[in-house]
Design a protein around this ligand. Structure first.
Ligand code: FE
Length: 139
């Protein structure tokens, strides 16, 4: 991973073989990023994406292997229990150019990945909400 900072934005290049979520988490820890918006594009050949079932309150994830364009990666950085909390969604497109996506658990970069982290000046925690079964913004 390589990066540059421009004002309140970081531009990152995540390289072949690196995993997006772990790379971003480490980066946010290292630079003490507490609140931000994340967006990106790239390519992956191995991803795990999930869907949260709001009835059963459980995540169902599936692993995908093949050549995929990351046509969109979007999400945010916040915090929970003093730890960096990433919430990322991804849209992938395969050989027939149709797109699908979900909650991003992990994705290994096969080509390159270009990310922008847009800092927000503040801190926002999360808390578990019994009703929905998710860690939601504490607003
Ligand atoms: Fe999600």
């Amino acid at each position: 991973m390589k990066y540059r900072k421009f004002g309140t934005k970081y531009v990152l290049r995540i390289d072949k073989g690196e995993e997006i979520v772990e790379t971003l988490k480490k980066f946010c820890r290292e630079f003490d990023i507490k609140l931000a918006a994340v967006s990106g594009i790239g390519a992956t050949n191995h991803a795990t994406i999930g869907l949260f079932n709001t009835s059963t309150k459980q995540y169902h994830s599936r692993q995908l292997t093949g050549n995929f364009e990351i046509t969109n990666l979007s999400g945010n950085v916040s915090s929970m229990n003093g730890e960096v909390y990433l919430h990322l969604h991804i849209t992938l497109s395969g050989s027939n150019c149709s797109a699908f996506g979900g909650h991003l658990n992990s994705a290994v970069i096969s080509g390159t990945c270009e990310i922008v982290i847009d800092l927000i000046d503040g801190v926002l925690d999360r808390q578990f909400d019994e009703d929905v079964g998710l860690n939601i913004y504490k607003i």
